[in-house]
Every structure is written in C-alpha cells, then in structure tokens.
Ligand binder design. Structure first.
Ligand code: G1P
Length: 913
C-alpha cells in the first residue's frame, strides 16, 4: 500500500497541560473517532464530521450503529443545516454533498477540531460569507443517558446574514441486530411523536423472533434556540425530509428550503424517523451570534421531552453541565499524572489514563473499531482493567476484586459471560464450551498488586463463592445434573452454597493448570491463551508462554503464603479437602515427570468436585503449603529452561512459546522463515524464568526478528508465511495486521514491563519510546492522543482507546519507570528513569495516590546522570522530619508514616546523584 503522507496534514497539538488538543482540518484524516460517554452507560462515538453513533447497549442505538468503514459515509451523521440567503444550503458539520465534493481541492472552508476530557468542539468557517459555526458535543458526567450538542452560528462578515436553520439527526431507535435483520420491518414498529421541542421515537417492540419484548425505551432528538424558543416545525420521517431522489447529504427539505411538514402534536408511525427540527429564520448582523441546543436522549418511559428540556434545554444549563463534566473527568485523571522532559508526555499519559475507564464503559464493543461486537467484557480484560483502577482509585477496588472471584469455577476455569452488576456472572446457555488457558493466571497478578499497594494481606482470607454452570472438567464435559434453577453458585453436598478463601481460589486456578499439560509438559492451549487468535490447536496445542506465567505465579504464591505466616502469624490455612489431591502433600509426591500421571491426577480432582463439593475443610500448615508450591514452581522453572530454550541457525537464542495442534514446536527455523513470538519471551522474562544471560540473548533475537526495521516497533510475531490451520485464525489475517505481526501495544508494553522488572532499563525504555513515537507520529498513526490496540504494517493506529495496553502502560510508568510502588503496603521509591526522561534542570515528577494520600514525588537529578549512574542520595518528606531508609537505588517509606502525616497532600523530594 502507498505510504504516502498527505503533505498538508498537520499533527494535533496540545493546547494546555491538561491534555486538551487541537487539530486543523481534521476531516482530512479518515477513521478518526472520539469517545463521549458517562458511567450511567451513555456511549457515543463522534468523528470530525459528527458521524458516529449513540447508544446505551447492543439493543438500544439512537443513531445507526457504525463500524470504522461506515465513517466515510457521512450521510447519517449528526447534522445541522443553514439555508443561507444568497448562498443556499450549508452544513455546519461539513456534511453536504457540495462540501464533500469540495474536499480534495478548492476547499472553500476551514475546519478546526478541539477536544478534551470529555468534550468535542468543531469549528467550521465559510470565509466567503464570514460565517462561523461552532459545535460542541458532550455527554454529561452524571447519571443520565443524554448527549448534548450546542451549535453557535456567528456572523464575522460585514453584511447581515439571513438563514434558516434545520437540525437533522436520523433516529435509528433499535437494536444493532436489526441493521440487516428486519431493517425495514423494525421501522414499522416505530411510533413517532412530535412534541413541542422535537421528535420522540418509541418502537412498539424490541424485535427478536426468539421472543418479542414490549419496548419501553424512547429515543429523542429535542431542541431549542439559545433563548429557549422551541423549533417552529418538523420533518419527522426520512422520506419527507430527503424528498424523492434526495439524500441525507442533499435533502430536499433543506435544499429547497421547504416549509415544515409537521407541527408539534403530530403522530406518525411505520417509517424511518429523523430528528429534523426546523428553527425560525434568523438574521444576524455583523458581529452577532445565535445558539441552538440539542438534546439527544435514550430513556425509559419516565424521561419525557418536557422534563428533558427543562433540565438541559437552555444555554445556561448546557454551559454549567459542560463545566461540571470537564471538572469531573479532570478530577478523575488528576489522580495519576506524570511530568518529564517532554512537554507532550504528561498530557498524552492523561489520555492513556482515561482509556481503562473507557473500556469499563464501552467494553470492547462500542467504538467504531470493535472486537467482540455485542457488548460485554472478557475475563482477562476485567482483571487487567482493575490494574489501572487500583492505581487511580485504590479505595474502590477491594470489593470489586472480591466480587470478581465469584466468577471462578472449582475446576480453575471461569465464567465467560460477565454481567453488568459487580460480581454478576452469567451461565452460558449457548453451549459455547471454550476455555482460555491464560484466564486463571491474571487474578493473582492483580491481587498481588492490590496487596502490595494496600498491605491488605487479610484479603487472601476473605470468603467468596464459586461459579457453577453446566460446564465441568474445564468445559470438556457437561454436568447432566446441573439445572439453571440451581443458580450459578457452587453448592456443597448438603445443598448449601460453598465458599472458600481468596487464597483457595488462587490456589485452584494455578494448581489445576500445573497438571493440565500436553505432551511437552507445557499447559494445554485449549481455546486460546492471551492471544485470542491462537484458537485452532485445542487438542494438542500447548502454550509455553503462559506456562511460564503460571510457574511464576506458583513461586510468588508460595512467597505470599510465607508472608501470611510472617506478617499475620498464621501457621495454618483452611482449604477444601479436595485440594489435597492437587497438593499431594504426603510422603508420596506426584510424579511430576509423567505427563499422563499429571493428567490423571487432574481428572481425579475434577471427578471429586463435579456437580457438588463435599464442603469438608482441612487445615494445611502454611510452611508445608509454601514448600509444596515452591517445589512445583522450581520443577517448571527448570523444565522450561532446559527444554524450551532454543537456538537457530543464525545463532540466535530465545524461548519457544508454543506447540501446535500436531504437537510440533512452533518457534525456530522453518523453511518459510524464522518463527518467533514476542509473547513467548515476555512471560519467561517477567516471571524470572529467563536468566539475565538469557535475557541478553532474547533482546538480541527480538531486535533481529521482531523489530520493524522501518517503524522500529516490536511486532507480536514473525511472518509464518500464511494460514496455519494447526494453530489459529490469526494467521488468516494478512501479515502486519492485528495478532498476525502488528505492533500489538499490549504485548509490547508487557515486554517493556518485563525488561524493567528484570533490570534491563535501557532496553525497556527503547520499547516504550518506540510505542510513544509510533502513537504520536500523527501523519502516520492518524489517531488522537492515546495508545491504540495495535499499529498496523503501514503505521496506522487501530482500535483506538479500548485496549489492555493502557492499564499496562500506566502500571509500567508508575511502578517501574518512575518506580513508585507498594511493597506489602509500604511505599517503595525506585526510579528507573534514563537521562532523556529528565528535563533540562534534571527534574521529573509523578502524582499518585497511596495510603489515602495524594503523593507527589519529585525526582531531582541535577547532574543529569543516566540510570545506573545515579543513586538515591536523600528523600525529604514535606512537613515531616522523618528520613526514610535508603539503600542504593531505592528508598522505603513506611505506610504509617504517610498515613500519619497531617496533610492529605504529600510531597516527596528525591535527590539523585
Ligand atoms: C485484545 C483483547 C484481549 C486479547 C488481545 C489479544 O487486546 O481485548 O483480551 O488478549 O486482544 O488477542 P487489547 O485490545 O486489550 O489490546
């Protein structure tokens, strides 16, 4: 593909320190979209031409659902027309056929976009007439499912302007499923009421042939002018608005400036609806402006137009809600901020900080690039988004984590359908028996971060139930005895709900996997691992990559169990009796060298807890438990180092990450070219399996085979040369895209994180810097500030906003690069900043929340020394005489010292030299 960069493209620039940015001529970039949302579940996407959609879920779209490819067809965009005397129709959003035709030359107009947390402002100017329009959109942060829009038209010319305004927003008003399925029939369900202020569509049914439901949702487009005056008439249905032969970008009602078709009080039905609101003709003298307000709402029966307009239908209300909205998001994002020598870095990181919040709202489905497109979030995303939440809002997290554990099944797998309420997991009735082998690994990582940040070791002893449905034996079998009426919580033999500690849940997740191995002692790949696209090797495939993750978990679990004894004096823990099978604590430890022995043991455990669990508890000595876990971890560490370390013909060495469905090793030399995965390297490094010497070799191999020679990004995988039916769908994607060889941000950030954790700072920095560079090169990446899911072979940022990469980037920046992290509740400062990350005066700083305090850490490196050259010389805690213990590259500040500081805002000044 032609990698031509548009000569006229200017990058966005930040216009303040808080992350607001400006982009000139935004319509010259395709696929741009911006999120507008709130925690009440209103989810909008908006493009520079105000295309996009507005919805609260899969079944409730106010505007027609769009995917990225629909965005160039701007016809069904939010529109606002002026019929200007002496000129004709003009769309303030640039969506008239005339403006679109003008786009590649002779452009008569100028457009500028500004956006911030979380608002979107478009400025469009027609210099010939001195006509300027500003359009602001946002979704108020409080609990309402509305999007607000204000259009301000100004006369900057020297002659009076006479125009007739018409707002035009097509109302789709139904489920995304009906985009093709019964598209026309579902418009017959529409009941369209014209109220004093606008058009309200309330379909009779939610159309679903499996069982139609009476519909209680209304979709409204309401408006008034800045003085609160209602529209003077309406064109509520598409055919009347566009006219025979017309279109939404050249509608007859506007082009011929027709009088309104209907007045308030009209009732129509059975047509595609449109919120086409005609306002009274207006004359603007030079220097004058006129505003119009639009309220776009999805609501139940209680949300009538009059109430909505009372609340939102004035300029004062709009401005107040906008200010409140900005404050709301800024407060949220103020909680974790970074400053270094690059003025763009801090604001850019704020956008990254927004992203995990966006994924909690939108899931992975509701922006124009979407993965599983029907709503909901996956298990691993749920846990990884908690990483960011833990850093941004630690107070909220304990109960959230505890709730999440209710999704774990007793066989170590977990529920995959996650309900809207915290801790709500839904039994799968569609008979999709898939298990992702990595799922059991993430909860420990998140729990560990929680315990380190909070010191709340007792969390491990909190009790939670287990999830149950018809799937048993990690979904290899179905439980004939389970009925939906039994509910989705595991019961004991006596019929009562069974509960176990968080520690027990974690042990089950990690121990079952120790035994769940394929022919090479690596854990079975099952439905896939983190890489969803490795989904065609369920029988014989193995993920060595995640075996390394589980191995590290077993080791760290063992350390955590020891800590339970050291800190809480617990010399015993209570566990389900069935766990003895997995621990094999007696004098006859399991024969770890036998694959079939391990598989048989796992089956024995599955059989013991199918359908119900005894409910019997045993007490296990913590020391014995810790030793047992360590023994298993050690076995895996050695096995992986001895059997999965490979060398190819060119003399490069790295870890094999996978076995395919033929039981063949995946990585190494191959007639079609060298095969290597980044995932296969990340977890052995992160988990401590790779020795320092091995890491040096891995870095060389990654640079040789995975680093893009032009873009410098780190690809997820080398080119396997085509479809791999024995491994997964990902190889069906063209090389360079998504899981097949793109720079997949999530894994690249985890690679950097692993390198930092193991002390390879310059190497980790190079990776992070490459990601930052790729995202911020707007002429190529064509995305707004933030980190996208991946950068494609051409350098374009894809699937912007909704990616686990954002949580990991926040985590890595805070806890590794800036080195501000919890250690069993105390605060550890261990900066790993390289010289380039300080400003000219040697300063870099971070603001975070810890121990209930706002903690601001200022690093001062006056000699601009590089990492490795500096040591911590002194740590001063503002308003406290305490001098924290320093040991070379780190300092520890006891939690109670922070907690007992009189002020909530705590400055720590760290001298490096
Ligand atoms: C997406 C999915 C994630 C999956 C990954 C790789 O990544 O959301 O669950 O592990 O693809 O297949 P993300 O968008 O989080 O970067």
């Amino acid at each position: 593909m032609n990698n031509h960069k548009h000569p006229a493209v200017q990058a966005w620039t930040f216009i303040d320190e808080r992350g607001s940015f400006r982009l000139e001529e935004p319509q010259r970039t395709s696929y741009l979209y911006f999120p507008l949302a709130n925690e009440a579940g209103m989810m909008s996407a908006i493009t520079p031409q105000l295309h996009g959609d507005i919805k609260t879920g899969q079944n409730s779209f106010l505007m027609t659902p769009v995917s990225a490819e629909d965005l160039h067809n701007t016809r069904s965009a939010r529109n606002f027309w002026l019929y200007v005397e002496g000129y004709g129709p003009w769309s303030v959003t640039g969506n008239s056929a005339r403006q679109l035709a003008d786009r590649f030359g002779n452009e008569q107009e100028r457009a500028t976009l500004e956006a911030g947390f979380l608002w979107h402002k478009l400025l469009r100017e027609l210099p010939k007439l001195g006509l300027v329009a500003q359009v602001i959109n946002f979704v108020p942060a409080h609990a309402a499912t509305v999007e607000l829009m204000k259009v301000t038209v100004s006369n900057r010319g020297d002659r009076p302007l006479r125009f007739t305004p018409t707002a035009a927003l097509p109302i789709y008003g139904r489920s995304a499923d009906n985009l093709r399925d019964h598209r026309h029939v579902t418009s017959l369900l529409h009941r369209i009421a014209v109220t004093e202020h606008g058009v309200v569509v309330r379909p009779t049914f939610c159309f679903d042939e499996r069982g139609h439901q009476l519909n209680h949702l209304s979709y409204s487009v309401l408006g008034s002018d800045g003085q609160g005056r209602p529209p003077c008439g309406f064109f509520p249905i598409v055919p009347e608005f566009i006219g025979e032969g017309g279109s939404l970008d050249w509608p007859e009602a506007v082009v011929r400036n027709l009088p309104p078709a209907h007045a308030a009080g009209a009732r129509l039905g059975g047509y595609e609806a449109i919120g086409a609101l005609r306002f009274a003709e207006q004359i603007l003298q030079p220097g004058e402006s006129q505003s119009y307000l639009l309220v776009l709402a999805i609501g139940d029966d209680s949300a009538d137009s009059a109430t909505l307009m009372q609340r939102y239908g004035s300029e004062t209300a709009f401005d107040a809600y906008l200010a409140e909205n900005q404050k709301f998001w800024e407060n949220k994002l103020e909680r974790l901020t970074f400053t270094n020598g690059d003025p763009n870095f801090g604001p850019w990181m704020r956008w990254v900080g927004l992203q995990p919040i966006l994924r909690r709202i939108y899931g992975c489905s509701f922006l124009p690039h979407h993965d599983y497109g029907r709503g909901g979030r996956g298990w691993r995303d749920l846990w990884q988004d908690c990483l960011a939440l833990l850093l941004q809002n630690p107070g909220e997290v304990r109960s959230l984590l505890l709730n999440n554990f209710a999704g774990v099944r007793i066989d170590g797998s977990n529920a995959t359908i996650i309900g809207a309420a915290p801790g709500e997991f839904i039994a799968d009735r569609n008979n999709i028996c898939r298990v992702w082998m990595d799922h059991g690994a993430w909860p420990f990582l998140t729990t560990q971060l929680y315990i380190d940040q909070s010191g709340d070791l007792r969390f491990l002893l909190a009790e939670q139930s287990y999830f149950q449905d018809a799937q048993i034996y990690r979904s290899r079998r179905r439980d004939p005895l389970w009925q939906p009426e039994d509910g989705s919580r595991l019961r004991r033999e006596d019929g009562r709900i069974y509960t176990g500690t968080v520690l027990e849940h974690l042990l089950i997740q990690n121990l079952t996997q120790f035994y769940n191995v394929g022919a090479h002692h690596a854990i079975r790949l099952e439905g896939a691992d983190w890489n969803d696209a490795l989904d065609m090797a369920a029988e014989r495939g193995e993920s060595v990559a995640f075996t390394a993750f589980y191995a590290a978990n077993l080791l760290q679990l063992s350390e955590m169990v020891e800590t339970l004894e050291e800190r809480l004096g617990l010399d015993e823990v209570e566990l389900a009796a069935e766990l003895l099978l997995l621990l094999k604590l007696g004098p006859d430890p399991a024969d770890y060298d036998s694959v079939s022995g391990k598989q048989a043991l796992l089956d024995e455990y599955f059989a013991a807890c199918r359908h119900r669990i005894s409910g019997r508890k045993i007490r296990v000595r913590t020391r014995q438990l810790a030793a047992n876990l360590r023994q298993k971890a050690d076995w895996l560490f050695h096995w992986l180092r001895d059997h999965e370390w490979i060398e190819n013909r060119e003399g490069y060495q790295w870890f094999n990450g996978y076995y395919d469905n033929d039981g063949q090793r995946v990585e190494g030399d191959h007639p079609a070219g060298v095969r290597m995965t980044l995932t296969g390297q990340v977890f052995p490094i992160m988990g401590g399996i790779a020795t320092p010497e091995q890491i040096v070799r891995i870095v060389a191999a990654v640079d040789r085979y995975l680093q893009d020679p032009v873009q410098k990004g780190y690809r997820l995988i080398t080119d396997f040369g085509g479809v791999q039916t024995n491994l997964g769908r990902g190889f069906g994607f063209a090389y360079g895209h998504k899981e097949n060889g793109a720079m997949f941000s999530h894994m690249a950030v985890m690679y950097a994180n692993a390198l930092y954790q193991r002390g390879f700072i310059r190497e980790g920095y190079t990776v992070l810097h490459s990601i930052y560079g790729l995202c911020n090169d707007f002429a190529t990446s064509r995305i707004y500030p933030g980190v996208p899911e991946y950068i494609d072979g051409n350098g374009r940022g894809m699937y912007h906003y909704l990616t686990g990469a954002a949580s990991w980037l926040l985590l890595t920046m805070l806890t590794e690069v800036f080195g501000v992290k919890g250690r069993l509740g105390d605060l550890l400062l261990q900066p790993k900043l390289v010289r380039e990350q300080f400003d000219a005066m040697g300063n870099a700083s971070v603001t975070a929340h810890f121990a209930g305090k706002k903690v601001r850490v200022f690093y001062h490196n006056p000699k601009l020394l590089d990492y490795g050259q500096y040591r911590i010389q002194k740590v001063a805690i503002q308003a406290s005489p305490a001098a924290p213990a320093i040991s070379g590259d780190h300092a520890v500040i006891p939690r109670d010292l922070l907690e007992n500081l009189p002020q909530d805002d705590c400055r720590l000044v760290v001298e490096l030299g």
